[in-house]
Design a protein. Sequence first.
Length: 486
Amino acid sequence: MRLRNFVMGCTLLASYTAVAQPSPKEDLPGDYLTPAFHAGRRDSLRQLMPANSVTVVWAYPTRNFSNDVDYVYHQNPDLYYFSGYKEPHSMLLVFKEPQTAADGSTFKELLFVQKRNAQAEQWTGKRMGVEGAKEKLGLTHVFNGEDFKNYQLDFTKFDKIILDRLPADVNDSRYDNADLFDLLKQLKEKAQIPDNYVQEKRFGTAQFRQYTGQLREIKTEEEVNLLRKAVEISCHGQAEVMKAVRPDMSEREVQGLHEYVHKKYGAEYVGYPSIVGAGNNGCVLHYQENEKLHVENKMVLMDVGAEYHGYTADVTRTVPANGKFTAEQKAIYEIVYEAQEAAFKLCKEGSTWGELDKVSRNVVAEGLIKLGIITKKEEANKYYPHGLGHHIGLDVHDRSASATLKKGMVITIEPGIYIPENSNCDKKWWGIAVRIEDDLLIKEKDFELLSWAAPRKASDVEKVVAEKSPLDQFTLPKLQSGKKGF
Ligand code: GLY
Ligand code: MN
């Protein structure tokens, strides 16, 4: 849903066009972000920073799943954006002015990384280490986390230390004296960060959000290419699922089909937990259980986005599982479609979120009044309880700093109508939930529809649901627990 707190501000667009070369020797994708991209982002950050300042960015903590198993690690998007480093227990410092090291060399950035450890790497995979980070990320001054403690740097000399709010929920591993807990503890000591640092002028937490918002809200060419890919992959997922969906499928099965298509195209993750809700379940905006065993002859709301090299799509389609919208479903679908079309007309540089929101909400309100579902315009929010859209990028609800659309922004437009059971309207509308969500690259006079590959018009959706799917042939044996096997 739409991000809050847009703050006005200017933007900088650095367009780094260096293209990663495919690496057939390692059999890996060839389109990762390049060191030049990350260096460019650091330079743009430096331009925004005031004189005599330093910006500190740390990794996200690791999270325990259960017992001795952790959740799959996901890097703090800010650290990834400015460095490309994907491992935990790390910290980046970006300086406004060049600094001089004890050995006389000068530097503008310091990166502290996880130390290499053969035993740990045998269990949890290869670490980049100091040498790897220098070679692969192009940073010159890289150290192990354990070196931060004694690193000669007088933080008190800076007029401003720009940093995000310190996380309060980081565990201290007793097996590691240079984990994130230790790095943050040492940072607090070195920079003399008091408990009330958010109020102190010497620390710029608001600036951190402002600068990263200004930078991240405008996508460079490299970022747009990755987003184009993430969105197209997600749309092919939507289209394939439309062909494959049948009333006897479960919500989870539908989710699995989306995610299989994502993986087939090389997407690493989903950008947020997949939302697959049949009928009334679609009224839960961030429904994640996906546990209904049969989607039946209902509409299925599918809000699913692939994450490709860190960048996430966010695409929603709502489809009749049996291939045909009922009259009531179609009536609601058409209002949402028209609300989206009305917003599309304003999608260009200079429009404000407020203007877009107003036109789409108006279409929804008038449509619901015409159908007799509400009597007054103000009641529409009850059935359309979220904002019109948000930025996407390294986060599904991506950081931004401006309420006005600008060239190079990538946003979602996602009106919706949700009529839960027992609502104060005719029973025939109960359990109908429709959201249509598309991803757009804002241009000067109009936009590029990144999510072109997923059918959107009601008639096109019906047409594609009627198509045959290769998955029609995909059958598995019934589970027969206890049977003797091979
Ligand atoms: N796709 C989930 C959301 O926009 O909140
Ligand atoms: Mn969204």
